[in-house]
Design a binder for this molecule. Sequence first.
Ligand code: ADP
Length: 400
Amino acid sequence: MYILIINAGSSSLKYQLFNMPSEKPLCSGLIEKIGAEGSFIKHKILAGNDHEEKVIEDRDFVSDHADGLNRVLALLMHSNDGVIKNRDEIIAVGHRVVHGGEYFSTATIITEDTKDKIQELSRLAPLHNPVNYRCIEISESTFPSALQVAVFDTAFHQTIPEPAYRYAIPEPLYSEEKIRVYGFHGTSHYYVSQKAMQWLNKPDAKIISIHLGNGCSITAVNQGKSVDTSMGFGPLSGLIMGTRSGDIDPSIIFHLIDQMDYSVEEVSELLNKKSGLLGVAGTNDMRDVRKLLQDGSKSAQLILDMYAYRIKKYIGSYMAVLNGADAIVFTAGVGENDSAIRESICSNLEYLNLHLDKAKNKIPSDQIREINVSGSALKILVIPTNEELEIAQQTYYLCN
Ligand code: ADP
């Protein structure tokens, strides 16, 4: 049973084809710079009938998402390297949809009503939901016989209690305008917290899940439910990220507009695209920050200290929210790979009974692992996230 996963951005589209229920990924790929010069499709065949792993690059201009998806279909059915013979073999398409608002707390089979709600929620996620909506429509015409399923980035956080999700601003802004904490990266936090509970063999475990990729967020999970998270109404709040500031005093925005003549668009660009690691150290990529540090860069050292300090502050806050925890979990590109940032976050937290095993922490691995010393009451886990697989599992569940 083949299930295709689509994760669309405004100018990019990632996809992965799974054989379910074996969970075997057959192909994955990426379309970049859609509609712009230099657009390309990179298609990776992971396992096929008689295939070894193989990469096919298509550098012809990709005019839009529909063009891209049709060419992905052609690659999936390629006469030599294809893994399917016709489009009807794909029985479901799982779409990552960024914003589900208060409507969606689980994955959902897409109907006309679902699509209307996704479109309506474009008010809350103007950069993401319109493109998710468009790709659902394209997918409906490209794969007419497949079940279309939406898996929302916000859904896992719908269990956050009201005192944590409300902002202390006039009530109609919540009741009429729906301004509240939604939180994002829900699929990843759900996936790794479930893995952590299995690892600990404790279904009522309290977990602090720390997703450190280009975007970064931290979530307090109690008995499998999200009870607080660092991203809020949008993805700007909380931790320091590749290009986003994380928490700042909103007064800075008034200052930029009133005193420095920034437009609203310029403020948005500054806080979303020019801040974080990039704003302080000059690069948004953690590996490059590490290189700058080796070359003696003071700003690289500063941003690394700021990045770890912010995470530490949130760990303390979520330890209070949860009244103690069983484990903290590191995941995503930085969380899984950067042992130095893990060491710096975990230093001087003995009062939480958290003790890192520095040697274990340094051993690279792509497997789930425990990196605390054996007596540490609070466990430290590194768990590779797999949002695509989680979307495939939730889609598969709805097929049955
Ligand atoms: P996305 O949010 O786009 O899915 P990822 O989870 O892939 O992002 O994380 C991207 C980040 O992970 C980048 O900052 C990258 O530098 C960092 N990263 C990836 N590999 C390593 C590594 N070996 N050491 C340190 N950072 C890494």
